[in-house]
Design a protein around this ligand. Sequence first.
Ligand SMILES: NC(=O)c1ccc[n+]([C@@H]2O[C@H](COP(=O)([O-])OP(=O)(O)OC[C@H]3O[C@@H](n4cnc5c(N)ncnc54)[C@H](OP(=O)(O)O)[C@@H]3O)[C@@H](O)[C@H]2O)c1
Length: 268
Amino acid sequence: MDLIRQARARLAARLVVVTGASSGIGRAFVEAMAPSGARFVLVARRRELLEQLADHVRDSGSHAMVQALDLRDVEAGRAAAEEVLAHHGIPEVLFSNAGHSIARGLRGLVARPDSVTRSVAANFTGPVCHALPLLGAMCTRGGGHFIATTTVDARTSVPGWSPNVASKAGWDAWARSVAPELRSDGVATSLLAFPLVATPMLPPARRARARCAMSPEAAAEWVARAVVTRQARVAPWWLRPHELLHAAAPVLTARVTAPFSMRLVDRG
Ligand SMILES: NC(=O)c1ccc[n+]([C@@H]2O[C@H](COP(=O)([O-])OP(=O)(O)OC[C@H]3O[C@@H](n4cnc5c(N)ncnc54)[C@H](OP(=O)(O)O)[C@@H]3O)[C@@H](O)[C@H]2O)c1
């Protein structure tokens, strides 16, 4: 709770852009920060959910604007970012969190190659094209904070989840690569490598069974921690050894993972 209070204090009167605000982690973060007095720009496709959240934010004493758009449309993403800069100014925080998870095995991908192109557009090229104008303006001003949602799987291999893992790996690598450039212009970067979180992204059956999944509220505390500490990566304690194992024995770890990760493929 302390982190939530400190993050609220940090965000008071600041402009904060949150993508993926209509649901799950993004929504839980905005709800937790609603009494902060921040000026939120809420981005996702479902306008009705964004408008409901904006009403809640306003009732709690902050400001909220809604941008309903599909980030896979890179021109729409760029235009939305330019609109923020033109009408509201340069954000203090960009929480780039929107994403879409498609689990489809190789055989399924043969008939549905769009699973790959849709994942890359929602998880990589779309978020990058939306972030670029905002990050460029933050660099020119010389300050700000880029918080990017990634996943514990981004630097490993997960059979059956190749569209999701590959597109998130691209996003994770992109964010890590621009971080030093941003830092030299005074902009901090934090990567949030989430494990399972019990949001609508998980199918209901899996959500019910996923006893080890974090709650969206706990995930929102991770975002608050990033806001307060500006640490480069927020991740579970076991992620480093997990990644080292995958780096040291990639074929073996993928084989061991396959029977578990292939159980829920072919949806999305
Ligand atoms: N849940 C997990 O276990 C887990 C684990 C690791 C990482 N993550 C990551 O956490 C982030 C948030 O996911 P979540 O768990 O909170 O799931 P969620 O409840 O499904 O939220 C996803 C958010 O992204 C938005 N979004 C998806 N596609 C979009 C598009 N094309 N254009 C604009 N907005 C789009 C959705 O809004 P609309 O549908 O209204 O557009 C929604 O607000 C994602 O990047 C996800 O990959 C989740």
